[in-house]
Design a binder for this molecule. Sequence first.
Ligand code: TEU
Length: 540
Amino acid sequence: MTDLSREIVYQIYPKSFQDSDGDGIGDLKGILEHLDYLASLGVTMLWLNPVYPSPQRDNGYDVSDYCAIDPMFGTMEDMEKLIQEADRRGMKIMLDMVFNHTSTEHEWFKKALAGDEHYQKYYFFRKGKDGLPPTNWESKFGGSCWKYVPELDQYYLHLFDETQADLDWQNEEVREELKKILRFWRGKGVRGFRFDVINLISKDAFEDDFEGVGKRFYTDGEQVDAYLQELRADALDDTIITVGEMSATSIENCAGYTNPDRKELSMAFSFHHLKVDYENGDKWTDTDFDFMALKNLFNDWDVKTEALGGWNALFLNCHDQPRSMSRFGDDVNYPDTSAKMLAGVTLTRRGTPYIYMGEEIGMPNAHFESIDEYRDVESLNYYDILKEKGHSEAETLSILARKSRDNARTPMRWSKDGGFSGGDAWIPDARRALPSAEENLQDPDSVYHYYQKLIELRKESPAIQQGTTVPILEDDPQVYAYRRVCPDEEIVCLHNFFGEEAPIDLDLDDYSLLLSNYPQKNETSGLLRPYESRILRKSA
Ligand code: TEU
């Protein structure tokens, strides 16, 4: 049994990490070049976004062959070498399994389209109603989630892009195919799997939604638990770490999916805390984040998940989200300090922390200024949708600059002059240049070295790993604070989320400072400086 509290996962977006052959696209050989950098950060597992053959309509989340490597990323030999070399340095590899849907270029779908009924049953082909799609549900990327196929006079379901056709998990053969894929990669030495939108796999009621866009008919469906238990029993075991990406879920469901007694998943990603800058549930707005909502979500999820015996994946960044430092910190006035404060949040909570490529050097949003700089299918779709809704060009670009997924997908900044590729990168660099990895490594007080210290601290602190979370200063409008308590140790974490000083009314006389993001310590002061973060331990 792996101890999830000791794992620290680093997410690599292969397309933007390191290009080794000058074609402008990152690749597996590029990752190999940086294994020492990753090992010295202290992470234990590397999660790679999809590197399988794909038309790249959704950057690899449209998979056309699950058991091969897309030539643009390298070869199977490169992957085998990566697994071995990572292992030599104490790091495991986690692969992304996109099992809710396949690319329409997958051979199963191509056969289905050609009329093969056996393969049509792998997907959801349905008749329309009075010239309309089978239901009124919307795709997550905009528009209807049904695509009409004139040759078959039927529609197929795609909750995401129209080139991502949903698989029908009710079909036992589909589940057997997916298990084969898991066994294949386990045979190669892969030790972890991230399951894309895995709480959307159980769908049976196809009814119009008159209250929303269809989500309630396919989210956390009845069979999700049974399907996960089956995958786990037939194709996985205790040595494999799994994380499920959960769309629009609840604490109760996530705790259920991850409670070890249920034998489903090791942990889950949820996204409520990354919706605190949505306006009335709408992502595509230019809105500041609501700090109290964020802090209440952290407290709620941490306390209730623990009470229900579940385990969370902790993260503020990933390839689908704007950069946390630009979003919850200040990338102009306090880039370094706010990046470190947010690092403290991710690395001291109860759960397994995930660090997203570039977060450890304080990378900011892309700050793109023209639609030509964007690549992401969702961003490009919403550019049109927002303009159709009446937003001006300037408003639309300002919303995209805040919310686009491309904010996280700009090339990793290895050196002052970029260092990602010898050719033209597939996506432009972030317009705001902050210290590169090289500069971070040279400066003992850099964001990178702060992550390293936090990881070391986490690895030696039983309370940070396993302690109970006790929220404190719950009504404070500026400070997120909690105790982590276990029989042998008590830790207090204080994080000021604002650029103004924050008085704190706590008696910390019995505590000593373990780590802070300011070079001049003021551990006894009852005032937190802008974006100050302090981690303290109660004296024995
Ligand atoms: O994302 C699932 C998902 O619904 C969101 O993260 C989505 O990108 C966002 O909410 C849109 O506003 C996963 C992958 O992480 C993402 O990259 C894929 O595009 C998506 O599934 C489809 O496979």
